[in-house]
Unconditional design. Structure first.
Length: 84
């Protein structure tokens, strides 16, 4: 199934896919994980996780918020538990 991008939908600047998850981590984690040329750009959660894994950065305990914006619904998740 081809992914369509709505005009107002952001795309990940690392992989080019629609960014359906919005998340928040502290600035120091972001700056450690994300390559310099992408730090002020949209990076999806999948790519963020890949960058963190490659650098050996544990970000799960620092995840502050997680939102999903789909075609039919949007959700706000509570981060209550994380696995390393």
């Amino acid at each position: 199934m081809a992914r369509s991008i709505r005009p107002q939908q952001q795309t990940c600047k690392a992989c080019g896919n629609p960014d359906k998850f919005d998340f928040n981590v502290p600035d120091d984690i972001w700056e450690t994980v994300i390559p310099a040329h992408l730090r002020n750009r949209v990076v999806c959660l999948y790519c963020f996780d890949e960058f963190a894994s490659r650098k050996g950065v544990s970000y799960a305990p620092s995840l502050r918020s997680l939102y999903f914006a789909g075609e039919a619904a949007a959700f706000s998740f509570s981060v209550e538990w994380s696995a390393e």
